[in-house]
Design a binder for this molecule. Structure first.
Ligand SMILES: Nc1ncnc2c1ncn2[C@@H]1O[C@H](COP(=O)(O)OP(=O)(O)OP(=O)(O)O)[C@@H](O)[C@H]1O
Length: 232
């Protein structure tokens, strides 16, 4: 479902080229919750952002849902990205829009008629337990509530994949546990494949079935997570 073949990325800063991600190949099964762990600067976010080509790889192939995203033009890429939701550490909500307005944004971009998009936005907001906050503005919400709104927005277009870039790193331990259980529900109930980048082992260990470790732009290992009750 997600297959990266030798994707790499370098950046030039101050006239010096820095290799953020060395050629990496990685296969993520449909329905999986896949963690990418490593210290700051290891290249995790860059690798994640190459999955939806927010960061265009210098080389390699990015196969998602049977399409090589690196070969698509801007319009086709926009359409392919509808099947790939994304959430961020700093939530990235639009401050002058209501909660419902934020959740409806990707549906507006997909040109869904107004009545339909309001219905869908309300439905996903309810799914994350925030239907009573529809008319609030982001500044009136707690961090955990903001992340729930961001999750609802990411789910609005019925994605098959959800990319999560340090989704709990701004949250306290209890809110972290809440958000992780929302992500787990999305995986189990909606069948969405989840890729989660974190520098916290505890976070990825809790919800992932496979973990990849990155170091200095290299993917050094990928291993399955053995959960209590799994046959040995
Ligand atoms: N847009 C950019 N321009 C220049 N350098 C960048 C850019 N994005 C990332 N880098 C550099 O690429 C390397 C990998 O960054 P990346 O954000 O992918 O790492 P990370 O493991 O996600 O770390 P962090 O958790 O700190 O974000 C770092 O050295 C970073 O400074």
């Amino acid at each position: 479902m997600i297959s990266l073949h030798n994707v790499s990325k370098s950046f030039v800063t101050g006239g010096t080229r820095h290799q953020a991600v060395e050629p990496v190949s990685l296969h993520i099964e449909e329905g999986s919750v896949h963690g990418i762990i490593g210290i700051s600067g290891a290249g995790k976010s860059t690798l994640l952002r190459m999955i939806n080509v927010l960061e265009r790889p210098d080389s390699g192939q990015v196969m998602v849902n049977g399409q090589d995203l690196t070969l698509l033009g801007e319009r086709q890429l926009r359409e392919a990205r509808r099947a790939i939701g994304m959430i961020f550490q700093q939530f990235q909500l639009v401050s002058n829009r209501t909660v419902l307005g934020n959740v409806a944004m990707p549906l507006e971009l997909a040109r869904m008629p107004k009545a339909e998009r309001m219905k869908r936005a309300a439905e996903v907001l309810k799914y994350v337990g925030l239907e009573d906050k529809a008319k609030h503005y982001p500044s009136q919400l707690s961090g955990g509530q903001k992340q729930r709104v961001a999750i609802a927005r990411a789910l609005a277009n019925y994605p098959k994949v959800l990319l999560c870039d340090e989704p709990t790193s701004s949250l306290d331990p209890r809110t972290t546990a809440d958000i992780l259980s929302v992500l787990q529900d999305i995986n189990l109930q909606l069948g969405v494949t989840i890729v989660i980048v974190s520098h916290e082992m505890d976070v990825v260990n809790r919800i992932c079935d496979h973990i990849s470790v990155m170091e200095s732009g290299r993917l050094v290992t990928t291993y399955p997570v053995v959960k209590e009750g799994d046959p040995t």
